[in-house]
Design a protein. Structure first.
Length: 199
């Protein structure tokens, strides 16, 4: 809280002249007011914990004795995340699809598009494919490239490759999609996805 600034000598003289010309509204209620003392600041208790004592054999630059409590969780590679998901379609068809023996009935190439352009394109493509009664479609994303040494922030390679499976799990596409899997190398490998649609 900011402290009030005191009156200057000129301001005090002006206030005294004004105060002499004032007339109380209720003279019978006139009481002597005690001068106010500035409030005392309450004592602030420190809530900071006491520092832990250093180990006896601690040296600056030495390696820590125990395991570090800091743990960095990186998002899984899209291929591993898809492999960990349970198979919801026919297992035989799923195996043939992953071996590249099923031919996709339609395909869309999102490679080179920005995320804001690619998402509505993917939405329209999946809705139209489902309306046409198609079951297996191919979504090409490209593998993506590293941010490079001059990138201001670390950039995960392949933004489309990471975001397409997430978009397919969101409404309204999650109601139409039965299974998502990385494509066989003859259909684009890790730079493409098989999307198996519900009937």
């Amino acid at each position: 809280m900011a402290r009030r600034r005191g009156l200057t000598a000129d301001e005090q003289a002006l206030w005294s002249r004004i105060a002499q010309t004032t007339v109380p509204i209720h003279p019978s209620r006139r009481t002597k007011l005690e001068p106010l003392e500035p409030p005392k600041a309450p004592a602030v208790k420190s809530h900071s914990p006491e520092p832990e004592p250093l180990p006896v054999d601690f040296r600056i630059g030495a390696k820590p004795l125990g395991k570090s409590s800091t743990r960095i969780e990186l998002s899984p590679h899209p291929g591993k995340a898809l492999r960990d998901k349970p198979v919801r379609m026919d297992h035989k068809t799923h195996r043939r699809m992953n071996q590249g023996k099923l031919v996709p009935e339609a395909r869309i190439d999102l490679h080179g598009m920005t995320l804001s352009v690619a998402q509505p394109q993917l939405l329209r493509f999946i809705l139209n494919a489902h309306a046409d009664g198609r079951r297996l479609v191919l979504v090409i994303t490209g593998k993506g490239r590293e941010g490079g040494p001059d990138a201001p922030l670390p950039v995960r390679p392949g933004a489309l490759r990471h975001n397409v499976p997430l978009w397919l799990q969101m409404a309204p596409l999650n109601q139409l999609v039965l299974q998502v899997s990385h494509a066989h190398r003859r259909h684009g490998g890790e730079g493409a996805y098989y999307v198996y649609l519900r009937r």
